[in-house]
Design a protein around this ligand. Structure first.
Ligand code: FES
Length: 141
């Protein structure tokens, strides 16, 4: 037969165990975000033609990452992942040198997305560009 003291000790242990689970579980769920599969066939409206003719390049959201759209010649566009292959900073266009530049560690890519200077170890991922009227769409394939 369980003593009154034993019963109370067990009751307190279970209560604190349940309380710990109620606190710890939400914290663990918060710290590990849910896995959301990215739509690999996604096509996004990256820019309007008028946007590109003003600056010659634009960063646009592509899924969970940034992309960069560049007008390499009048009416000719290329799109890449804007995530540097070195330590994942966001790249930008350096119009003076006609190259894509990563300011974090002075990395450079040419307008084919090839890593040409600085620490980036790999080329940028290139995307496909579709122009439909005034809209510039980008897709992975
Ligand atoms: S993160 Fe781009 S050069 Fe280092």
């Amino acid at each position: 037969m369980t003593s009154r003291r034993g019963f109370l000790e067990r009751f307190v242990q279970l209560t604190f165990g349940a309380l710990g689970a109620v606190v710890v579980y939400p914290v663990l769920r918060f710290l590990s975000p849910p896995h959301v599969a990215e739509d690999r066939s996604a096509r996004v409206l990256a820019a309007k033609v008028a946007d590109l003719s003003r600056d010659g390049w634009k960063i646009f959201p592509f899924g969970s990452e940034p992309g960069i759209l560049v007008e390499v010649a009048p009416g000719e566009y290329r799109a890449f992942s804007a995530t540097c292959t070195h330590l994942e900073c966001t790249v930008q266009m350096e119009k003076a040198s006609h190259r894509i530049w990563c300011a974090c560690h002075n990395g450079y890519y040419d307008l084919e997305g090839r890593n040409v200077a600085g620490p980036p170890p790999r080329p940028l991922t290139r995307f496909t560009v579709h122009v439909e009227g005034e809209d510039i769409y980008v897709s992975r394939a």
